[in-house]
Design a protein. Structure first.
Length: 442
C-alpha cells in the first residue's frame, strides 16, 4: 500500500495568482486615472476643454473594453463641461443610454434616451434614438407605452384615410382595407394542398387573421429599424437572385420544350406504376393525449369493447359524439377533411383491411387509434385518365435536364474550376469513379 503523504491541494496556483495580480493592477490603474483626472479638473477654477476631453477619451476607451459602468462615470464627468453644445450633449446621453441598455438597466437607459431626444440629436441618429426608446419601454414591460411611442415617433401611420377599394371588404386596420379578392390572391400563392385546406370558411377566417397580424408585425419591424438589418438585407439579396434566376430559366425552358404526344405516351408506359389511384379509406378514430392512454384503450378494444362507445367516452376529437367516424373517403392523394390533414394516419393504415384496428399512431402531438370502416382498393389509371398529370411530369423531367445542361454550360463558359479533392479527398483527378460534383475546366 502506498503510504506517501499527499501534498496539500493548492487553492491558488502560480498562474491564477499571476492573472489575479494583472486584473487588480488594471482595475487600480483605471481608478487612479479617474482620481487623477478628477483632481486635475478640480484644481482649475473653470477647467479647460482639454481636461474634459480626457474624460470623453477615457469613456470611449472603457467602453471598448466592455467596462460599461466605469465608462458611464467618465462620460457623466465629461457632461460637466459647461462649454458643450446641445448636440454634443445629446450624443453623449445617447451613448450613455446604449451603455445602460447593454447593462440591462432599461429604466436608466430610457432616461438617457429621453435626454438625448430633448436636447436634439443629429438627424442621422434620430431614428435610432426612437427605436431605442421603444425597445427600452418594451423591455420594461410597458407595451402600451411602446406602441404609443411607435405611433407618435414615426410617420408610417398616415392619418389620411385612403379611398375605399372596390369589392367586398373583409377587414380594415388603420387606413388599410383587405378585400376578399386580396385574400384570394394571397391564397393563390400557396400550394394546392394548402389551398384545399383554406377552402373551409373557418380556416380561411383564421388565415385572414394571420395575414393581418403578419402585416402589422412587419410594419412594427420597419418602425423599429429591422428593415435595415444586415442579415435580413443579405437574405433579401439571395432571394432576389433566386427569383430572377427562376424566372429567367423558366422563360428559356418554355421556349425549348416541345410536347410530342408519342413521347408523352412512352413516358407514361415507362413509369406506369407511378400512375395509380391510391387506396381509399373510411375510418373512425379515437384521439387521446398520451401513448399510455392509447395503449390502455387498445387493450380494452382488444378485449371486445365497442369502438364507437370507446370513442364517445375516451376520444378528445370533435367527432367523438358520432363514434369517431370521419364522414369522407380519405387517401394519400386526398388526406384533408374539414381543415385537418390526416396524411400520417392514412400512411400508417395502408396495410389494414376493412374492420382492421391500428396500433397507436402519433399525429400532431396526440395519439390516434384507427378502425377501418371500409376500404376501396386503388386502381391503375389509364393513359387517358392520367394524361394531364403525365404531361406535367414529362415537362418537369425535360425542364430538369435543360436546367442541368444550362448549369454545366455556364460553368464551362465562365471558366469555373471546382476543386473536387476538397470535397472528396480519396477521389483523384485521374480516377474513373464517377461522382456528382465534376471537375470543370475551361
Amino acid at each position: 500500500m502506498n503510504t506517501t503523504p499527499r501534498r496539500p491541494k493548492q487553492i491558488f496556483d502560480r498562474r491564477s495568482v499571476f492573472f489575479s495580480i494583472i486584473v487588480l493592477a488594471m482595475f487600480g490603474a483605471v481608478l487612479y486615472l479617474l482620481f487623477a483626472l478628477n483632481q486635475n479638473v478640480q484644481t482649475k477654477k473653470s477647467g479647460s476643454a482639454t481636461d474634459y476631453e480626457l474624460y470623453r477619451n477615457l469613456g470611449s476607451k472603457l467602453k471598448s473594453e466592455k467596462m460599461f459602468e466605469q465608462a458611464i462615470t467618465a462620460y457623466n464627468t465629461y457632461l460637466s463641461d459647461p462649454a458643450l453644445t446641445p448636440e454634443t450633449r445629446a450624443n453623449i446621453h445617447y451613448t450613455i443610454g446604449n451603455l445602460y441598455f447593454e447593462l440591462h438597466q432599461y429604466d436608466k437607459a430610457l432616461a438617457a434616451y429621453y435626454a438625448a431626444d430633448m436636447l436634439g440629436v443629429p438627424p442621422q441618429i434620430a431614428g435610432e434614438v426612437n427605436i431605442k426608446i421603444v425597445n427600452s419601454l418594451e423591455r420594461l414591460g410597458r407595451d402600451f407605452s411602446a406602441e404609443y411611442a411607435l405611433k407618435s415617433r414615426t410617420s408610417l401611420d398616415e392619418d389620411t384615410k385612403k379611398e375605399q377599394p372596390s369589392g367586398q371588404i373583409v377587414a380594415q386596420y388603420g387606413s388599410e382595407y383587405v378585400t376578399m379578392r386580396d385574400l384570394d390572391e394571397q391564397l393563390e400563392m400557396l400550394d394546392e394542398t394548402q389551398r384545399q385546406q383554406f377552402r373551409d370558411p373557418q380556416q380561411k377566417f383564421m388565415f385572414l387573421q394571420q395575414y393581418i397580424a403578419q402585416k402589422l408585425l412587419a410594419r412594427k419591424a420597419v418602425k423599429m429599424g429591422y428593415d435595415k438589418d444586415t442579415e435580413i438585407l443579405n437574405k433579401l439579396d439571395m432571394l432576389k437572385d433566386q427569383l430572377m434566376v427562376e424566372k429567367m430559366v423558366k422563360a428559356e425552358i418554355e421556349g425549348k420544350i416541345s410536347i410530342d404526344p408519342e413521347d408523352v405516351k412512352n413516358f407514361y408506359e415507362a413509369r406506369k406504376s407511378a400512375y395509380r389511384e391510391p387506396d381509399s379509406f373510411r375510418i373512425a378514430h379515437i384521439q387521446v393525449p398520451t401513448k399510455d392512454k392509447a395503449d390502455s384503450v387498445l387493450a380494452s378494444l382488444s378485449g371486445g369493447a365497442d369502438f364507437a362507445a370507446a370513442a364517445q367516452s375516451e376520444s378528445q376529437a370533435a367527432d367523438a359524439s358520432t363514434g369517431g367516424t370521419i364522414d369522407a373517403w380519405l387517401s394519400t392523394a386526398s388526406p384533408i377533411y374539414k381543415g385537418t390533414d390526416y396524411t400520417s394516419i392514412i400512411q400508417a393504415i395502408q396495410n389494414l383491411e376493412t374492420g382492421g384496428l391500428s396500433q397507436a399512431i402519433e399525429h400532431e402531438g396526440t395519439y390516434h387509434i384507427v378502425k377501418v370502416l371500409d376500404k376501396k382498393p386503388g386502381a391503375q389509371l389509364t393513359f387517358e385518365q392520367a394524361a394531364q398529370k403525365v404531361a406535367q411530369d414529362y415537362q418537369i423531367s425535360k425542364a430538369q435536364k435543360i436546367y442541368q445542361s444550362m448549369m454545366e454550360n455556364i460553368l464551362k463558359v465562365e471558366g469555373v474550376k471546382i476543386n473536387q479533392e476538397a470535397f472528396f479527398p480519396e477521389q483523384k483527378s485521374g480516377d474513373d469513379k464517377k461522382i456528382d460534383i465534376k471537375q470543370i475546366t475551361p
